[in-house]
Structure formats: C-alpha cells, structure tokens
Design a protein around this ligand. Structure first.
Ligand code: FES
Length: 106
C-alpha cells in the first residue's frame, strides 16, 4: 500500500487498524475508517465505475461527495459514494456499470 506514514510537516502517522475488503473479487487492505476511495487509490485502483451512456471510465473527482463520479456497488448496494463512505472489514466492493445492478433506472 502507498499510504504516507512519515510526513515532514505532519509527522509520523499513528498506528491504525488495517481492514481487508474485496474489490471485484481481489482482496486489498485499507485503514479502518478512511474513505473507500482512499484505500482504492492506495492500492492502485483508479477506475471506480463506467458511465451508463458511453461506458466511459470514472474515478475520484471532487472527493467531497458532490459529483457521483466515485460511485460503486458496496455490499450489493449501487451508487455508494466511495469518497465519503468509511471502509469496514469484509466489505464487498464492485466496479459499477451504468446505474448499478439493482437500479430501477435501466
Ligand atoms: S468523487 Fe465526487 S462524489 Fe465522490
């Protein structure tokens, strides 16, 4: 993982609890409570969803829960904003295609 643990101004990051989640079937680790998006980026995952109309890739954009570019399917629920959703042990996260599998909009 690529978290910054030593910073010249902020100092040393205090010890955190790591959690394991699955992303499209692949296990990755994140720091408990950090946004899902932060854990994905730290593990080299930059594409979170594909658009409904043109199947274009999207990832982190605003980072504050406003744009919906980061939405994914989390534990079977589509359209979860991963930039503002804390990561928890055992989550099942999937790249979202279109409006998501449980959407009534398709
Ligand atoms: S990146 Fe914009 S809502 Fe998450």
């Amino acid at each position: 993982m690529a978290h910054i643990e030593e910073h010249p101004i902020l100092g040393t990051m205090e010890k955190k609890k790591y959690v394991t989640v699955k992303v499209d079937g692949r296990e990755i680790q994140g720091i408990e409570g950090e946004p899902i998006a932060a854990a994905l980026l730290a593990n080299g995952i930059k594409i979170f969803r594909f658009t409904h109309k043109f199947n274009e890739p999207r990832g982190l954009f605003c980072g504050i829960g406003q744009c919906t570019d980061c939405v994914m399917e989390v534990d079977g629920v589509p359209n979860v904003r991963t930039c503002v959703t804390p990561i928890r042990e055992g989550m099942e996260i999937k790249t979202q295609h279109g409006f998501g599998k449980e959407s009534t909009y398709e």
